[in-house]
Design a protein. Structure first.
Length: 115
């Protein structure tokens, strides 16, 4: 990814984080972590990979997708852009995988100390 795209993704990630944490009325959005953002070369599409300690990550991703109008409106006030990118919220499966591995390691450590 070019420097320009990385800088845009970083700025977008910061602005989205502020919106979800401070401006959103949905309490589930406050527990969302934006793990990474990929942006198309023409800046017209952005995939936002999210994770959350809450169990219903699919539901949260759908709620975020439905709230895209609100989020894009707030982003337009924070970022000066000619065109606002189309946002697509996706589950970050790597985070869930890491959590499962950590749980298995904790379980294994617990069993070895009890033996």
């Amino acid at each position: 990814m070019s420097y320009r795209l990385e800088k845009f993704a970083s700025t977008l990630k910061q602005a989205l984080g502020e919106i979800l944490l401070e401006e959103s009325l949905n309490p589930d959005f406050k527990f969302v972590t934006i793990s990474r953002i990929t942006v198309s070369g023409d800046l017209k599409k952005a995939e936002i990979f999210i994770s959350s300690p809450l169990k219903a990550l699919d539901d949260i991703a759908q709620q975020l997708q439905r709230s895209q109008g609100f989020i894009k409106n707030r982003l337009a006030k924070k970022m000066i852009l000619r065109h606002m990118p189309e946002l697509r919220f996706c589950k970050d499966l790597a985070f869930a995988f890491d959590q499962k591995i950590a749980a298995l390691q904790n379980e294994e450590d617990h069993e070895s100390t009890n033996s």
